[in-house]
Ligand binder design. Sequence first.
Ligand code: KIV
Length: 294
Amino acid sequence: MERKVTVPDLQRMKEAGTKITALTAYDFPFAQIVDQAGADVILVGDTLGMVVQGLDTTLPVTLDEIIYHCRMVARGRKRALLVGDMPFLSYQVSREDALRNAGRLIKEGACEAVKLEGGIPMADTIRALTSVDIPVMAHIGLTPQSVHRMGGHKVQGRKRGRGPGQRERVLADAMAVEEAGAFAVVLEGIPLDLAEEITLRLTIPTIGIGAGVHCDGQVLVYHDLLGLYDGHKAKFVRQYADIGAQMKSAIEKYLSEVRDGSFPNDGESFHMGTAEDVKRLYGDAVVVPMPKVN
Ligand code: KIV
């Protein structure tokens, strides 16, 4: 295994011009695959609400659910930095809540950092978390927990001047989260020239999703990249494989072979045999002496 990725490594990568690779994962086998493939960061995102739980938004996801998934991912990951997402209302109500809940992600979820959505309004919360050494990855631009304010999952920062998704606001959010102590910031769903400007102006790394090529790194949702999610496919997603279709055809083959009697075959079945055969097949472990019954 290559050396474990740490929070300061991401800063060094930005300074060295090495792109940061990040991907979501939600359970043990997926975490093993992502980790062994060499991702720098694994994010247990609240997207699990959509790609794992089949919800329409991330809003109903709970902290306990994120922790449950983080624990599975932590067991499968050896090298990547593990970041746990703070779900809606786990950090917005009060600073005490945010501290307690981020602390749970570290203590119970085995995360090394937390991610939360929001810019200027979240700066004090980021300050509170980083002041007790909980590393924070910020997330600005298209923030899915603000789906109702935005009127859908809409690209932000396109307009100048007044308006809810304006460019100046996204820029100011970026400066605010860096100033508050975030160690990295996810830029989601913003024009690539705005992402480039933010990436040049910030000293912390930017990780883009739907924010163009100029970010210091990229993140995608595992299910989108592999074709495991049937829902809406965003413009920025590049699907590298169609694993969902492969899985479906393998399952169809299994079902049809069960139905036509060609599964299981003789070699996939156990046979009565000599004591020697039994020992060869099962080893000594199956020679269980029966208890005497008086
Ligand atoms: O929840 C998530 O998976 C995310 C990424 C898409 C950045 O926030």
